[in-house]
Design a protein around this ligand. Structure first.
Ligand code: NAG
Ligand code: NAG
Ligand code: NAG
Ligand code: NAG
Ligand code: NAG
Ligand code: NAG
Ligand code: NAG
Length: 501
């Protein structure tokens, strides 16, 4: 599916918007709204952010660090920038001499000194942006060479590390919003859906709303209920016509959850989703399904077709059934194996529900930073506009699912026979990107689709050291146990969404 249209002078506090207003005039249609958000129309060819969808698993943007290009995951679940600079010689950068490190629960990480360089994304350039220079980071994968966190500024690890120095550790968006006090402090995402390979990723904007989806401004403002995460409250799940309230199960949350509400994280950096066990059971307990301890979700017949909507207040957000299941491997007879995309919430996490790309693809989403960056602005909030027509999605499922399975099986057959992996970042759609993506995430003959689901969220050592110590035992056991299954080193699902550490 694709919408008819796809797809923001002054030196000020070290930030400059390079002639953006002049550049955008032909593309910009101003409408008057109380928020004064600019509504714009982008052509895909004009997408300034180089937003790309890799295999429905990663949504990346093309940034330039000291003039050199990097494809980085755009992640609402974290707030720092790191790039794998191996093979790129960066000029004109300042080394703070302060070490930065990010670790993921799949045991990969990115570490190196925190450095300062001019970072450009779209029309925006932040001078002396702090980032972790992590050459050869094992958390980079194929054409993906880092992460740009667009979470709350207080979540920034780099900012904390630099707080006792003279360097400015502000995150990229914080710098922009602080410099442009008159512009809305919002970002928006439209995540595309595709079956195999890399395509245009849909849309990303800063301080602007897309014309095609401008009714998002009329959607309810979901309050953000934490200063360090894009957390809000949801009401219920609608599963095959039946409402299920998702009670708060976790006792560890410091956030007071009102009766009948559920704490939910909206996370673009998470390919999948998590919900309380009874919700996942209701979704996937179909004939032929069985629970996988390893993945913490159900292994399903590949034609499983489920109706699920997420309810926020009076609004229901239907999920395309294609987003509720996923091929994850092939049998020796070359038939695909499928699993659910919603897994059990782990006991250790502090939100009951985490909605990653499998949900967000069904919405146009707006994240307003409010007074997180500009004192005096209102409170942060989230708005969601449904972009999935449930009738159409339901009736097209069989055909689209078959096409997806065929493409999957064919790409898997090709994956096992071809091991070449190019490492050059490329913005063009290329069916081999799925191979590249997986290659760098593990052994080249590893099943790519399971490993590529590994969530690149990080653990902040130091601040959350206690939580990590409690979890390290579990992680070690689970991963070593699973390494040997089926002769393939699938990474266990239980390690894939460390969103709440
Ligand atoms: C280095 O950075 C400074 C300040 O941002 C800039 O004026 C200068 O042109 C840059 N030099 C090169 C070689 O990029
Ligand atoms: C990845 O690199 C980190 C250091 O940044 C190291 O501690 C970790 O063991 C490595 N993980 C793997 C899977 O190689
Ligand atoms: C919560 O849900 C229960 C069951 O539907 C209902 O009886 C109760 O009034 C609700 N509480 C609030 C505060 O809405
Ligand atoms: C999580 O907690 C529930 C209830 O206490 C328990 O039944 C379940 O086994 C726990 N799950 C894990 C993975 O520890
Ligand atoms: C943001 O605004 C709200 C409401 O005006 C206020 O309660 C809150 O303390 C403010 N937060 C910051 C960080 O200024
Ligand atoms: C699922 O939802 C679609 C669209 O609303 C509807 O046509 C279909 O009958 C529903 N199926 C089930 C099993 O609930
Ligand atoms: C798989 O490889 C064959 C032969 O090299 C090619 O024709 C086909 O298009 C490839 N399929 C995919 C999905 O890459």
């Amino acid at each position: 599916m694709g919408p008819p249209h796809l797809m923001s002078l002054l030196l000020l506090v070290g930030v400059i918007l390079l002639g953006a207003d002049a550049l955008r005039v032909p593309l910009t249609k101003r409408v008057s709204t109380s928020d004064a958000v600019q509504v714009v129309t982008h052509d895909l060819d004009e997408d300034p952010y180089g937003f790309k969808n890799l295999n429905n698993v990663r949504y990346t943007g093309l940034i330039h660090v000291s003039g050199k290009p990097f494809n980085v995951v755009i992640d609402t679940g974290s707030s720092d920038l790191w790039v794998d600079t191996k093979g790129s010689k960066l000029d004109n950068i300042t080394d703070t001499g302060i070490a930065g490190s990010i670790r993921y629960v799949d045991e990969t990480g990115a570490s190196g000194n925190i450095k300062l360089a001019d970072v450009t994304w779209g029309d925006w350039t932040v001078f002396s942006q702090a980032f972790i220079d992590a050459p050869g980071a094992n958390a980079s994968s194929g054409s993906v060479k880092g992460i740009l966190g667009v979470g709350p500024p207080t979540l920034s690890n780099v900012d904390r590390k630099l707080s006792s120095s003279d360097y400015d550790g502000s995150s990229f968006l914080e710098s922009i919003f602080t410099a442009y006090q008159d512009k809305p402090n919002c970002i928006t995402f439209y995540l595309s859906r595709n079956t195999v390979g890399a395509t245009d990723g849909g849309l990303f904007t800063i301080s602007e709303v897309l014309d095609d989806f401008n009714s998002i401004l009329d959607e309810p403002k979901l309050p953000v209920v934490s200063s360090s995460r894009w957390y809000t409250f949801m009401d219920s799940f609608l599963i095959n016509g039946q409402y299920y309230g998702a009670d708060t199960l976790n006792q560890q949350s410091s956030i007071e959850v009102p009766e009948n509400k559920t704490l939910v994280l909206l996370d673009t950096g998470n390919s999948l989703a998590r919900a309380p066990p009874f919700i996942v059971d209701h979704m996937y307990k179909v004939p032929g399904a069985f629970f996988s301890q390893k993945y913490q979700t159900y292994i399903l017949p590949c034609d499983t077709k489920v109706n699920v909507s997420i309810v926020f207040g009076d609004s229901e957000y239907p999920i395309n059934p294609l987003d509720l299941t996923l091929p994850y491997g092939i049998r020796s007879d070359e038939s695909p194996m499928c699993r659910g995309t919603f897994g059990y919430t782990r006991n250790s996490t502090s939100s009951d529900v985490s909605l990653g790309d499998v949900f967000l693809r069904n919405t146009y989403s707006l994240f307003e930073f409010g007074n997180w960056t500009n004192a005096g602005d209102g409170e942060p909030y989230i708005q969601l506009l449904s972009v999935t027509d449930p009738e159409a999605a339901w009736s097209r499922f069989d055909k689209m699912n078959q096409a997806r399975l065929d493409a999957y099986v064919s790409s898997k057959k090709n994956t096992t026979s071809s091991t070449s992996a190019s490492s050059s970042p490329s913005r063009s759609a290329s069916p081999s990107d799925s191979v590249k993506l997986s290659g760098a995430l593990g052994d080249t003959d590893e099943n790519p689709d399971v490993s590529t689901l590994v969530r690149l969220n990080y653990i902040m050592f130091g601040l959350l050291g206690l939580v990590i110590l409690l979890l390290i035992g579990t992680i070690g056991i689970v991963s070593s146990k699973n390494r040997r299954s089926q002769g393939k080193s699938y990474k266990p699902l239980t390690l894939q969404t460390p969103e709440d550490y």
